[in-house]
Ligand binder design. Structure first.
Ligand code: AMP
Length: 415
């Protein structure tokens, strides 16, 4: 299957080639034809599956094809995303795929001055990517009207509700024209998502990729037992022994993120912390540096890391394990994206054993336990721990065995 097989027009396939996309991902293969035909789509897909392109490509193609007979007299497509980071990424994807199409898009989000955003809006745009809060602000001030919207995308709908955006979303939806095409994307389908989708979509085509709670399928996962005081030294050893192209390191606290960052810099490893105490500008600068590879390591707390999407992130390191087991799955899902394989390494101190147990319960197979020379956990011997945590069937010597997999949602080589 190629993008040409999906009837994607040449300027877009050219742009996709430039991005290095050879074949559509499963969600793209399934969703694009329906969106091109004009159907509403209800997509269940995790981030990392290529869902942004699954809606961005058909929107661009339809707007482009209808350009001649409908000179832009207002915003024609609206994409709503829960966080600024995600909104920015979506906007970057639109930039990537729309080269040569002469369609204008922009992104609005809170936490920064609105003036540069309203300047662009005044000049007229075709596609708007927005977070709910800032969008409502700008609507209330009269900078944005949604009565010309033809395409509406709600991305990561479950996360939006999680973040308390339900009232905002309802206010926004109320201002959209009845006649429009809608794409609704979510990773999970709790009851409130079902009812929101029911109220919004008309005869939607359901498109589903990958089991909802499965971890990223191509991530090679391992855990080291190490006491808190030794984690710094172990991190150094990991950097010495592993081929690390770029890593996202997770800590539980902002203070912890700052400390790990300082330690790495002392070791000569370029690292930046990204967390809620940093200004929006500092966060963006850090993300940019990470993307253009001038910064090799980003150290993040869970909240700050939401929406970080970097092509070819080779490693996720859990310097501390998360308390909420689902967070582990979100964390490691940052690597092994778009069919690339990735590595997730976790450090587990004695007091984190409970968290590890909970995480293992959530996974189809327990995380592979590894040992590093020179490190012994103090309260039990490392071997005891290995015996306690390792499921009987597991083969810890086979580094290349696909860990924690139920099944692959797609073949790596295929795209
Ligand atoms: P998303 O799920 O939209 O966040 O996309 C995850 C990653 O997959 C992004 O880094 C995209 O650039 C990449 N991607 C999307 N579609 C394709 C494709 N057809 N081939 C290769 N990479 C892709």
């Amino acid at each position: 299957m190629t993008f040409e097989d999906l009837n994607i027009i040449a300027p877009i396939t050219q742009a996709l080639k430039q991005k290095g996309y050879v074949e559509p991902t499963p969600i793209q293969e399934k969703a694009i034809p329906h969106l091109l035909k004009g159907s509403d789509v209800f997509g269940t897909a995790q981030t990392g599956t290529g869902k942004t392109a699954a809606f961005a490509i058909p929107i661009l193609q339809k707007l482009y094809n209808q350009q001649a007979d409908r000179r832009s007299a207002g915003i024609r497509a609206l994409v709503l995303a829960p966080t600024r980071e995600l909104a920015i990424q979506i906007s970057e994807s639109f930039s990537d795929y729309s080269k040569g199409l002469r369609l204008k898009h922009t992104v609005v989000y809170g936490g920064v001055s609105q003036n540069p955003q309203t300047d662009i809006l005044r000049k007229g745009i075709d596609i708007l990517i927005a977070t709910p809060g800032r969008l409502l602000d700008l609507m209330n001030q009269g900078f944005i009207r949604l009565n010309t919207i033809e395409f509406f995308i709600l991305d990561e709908a479950d996360r939006m509700l999680d973040m308390g955006f339900a009232p905002d979303i309802k206010r926004i939806i109320a201002k959209l024209p009845a006649q429009k095409q809608t794409g609704f994307f979510t990773a999970t389908i709790p009851d409130e998502i079902k009812s929101l989708a029911d109220s919004l979509l008309r005869n939607p085509v359901k498109v589903n990729v990958a089991p909802v709670s499965a971890p990223a399928e191509l991530v090679n996962q391992s855990v080291y037992f190490v006491e808190k005081a030794d984690k710094k030294a172990m991190l150094q050893q990991v950097f010495d022994s592993e081929e690390i192209e770029s890593a996202l390191i997770f800590t539980r606290t902002k203070h912890g993120a700052d400390k790990v960052t300082r330690d790495l810099i002392k070791l000569g490893i370029p690292a930046v912390a990204i967390h809620g105490n940093k200004s929006q500008n500092a966060r963006q600068k850090a993300l940019q540096g990470f993307k253009d590879r001038s910064i090799k390591v980003l150290v993040a707390t869970d909240i700050a890391s939401r929406g970080i999407d970097v092509d070819k992130l080779s490693h996720v390191i859990n310097f501390e394990l998360p308390e909420v087991p689902e967070t582990y799955v979100h964390r490691i899902g940052r690597t092994g994206r778009a069919g690339e394989s990735g590595t997730a390494i976790s450090f587990c101190a004695s007091e984190e054993r409970g968290s590890l147990k909970d995480i293992n319960k959530l996974l189809p197979r327990a995380i592979e336990v590894k040992r590093m020379n020179g490190f012994v956990a103090s309260s039990h011997t490392a071997l005891d721990m290995v015996a306690a945590e390792r499921p009987e069937r597991e083969n810890t010597h086979n580094r290349h065995a696909r860990p924690n997999n139920v099944k692959r949602p797609f073949q790596r080589k295929r795209w």
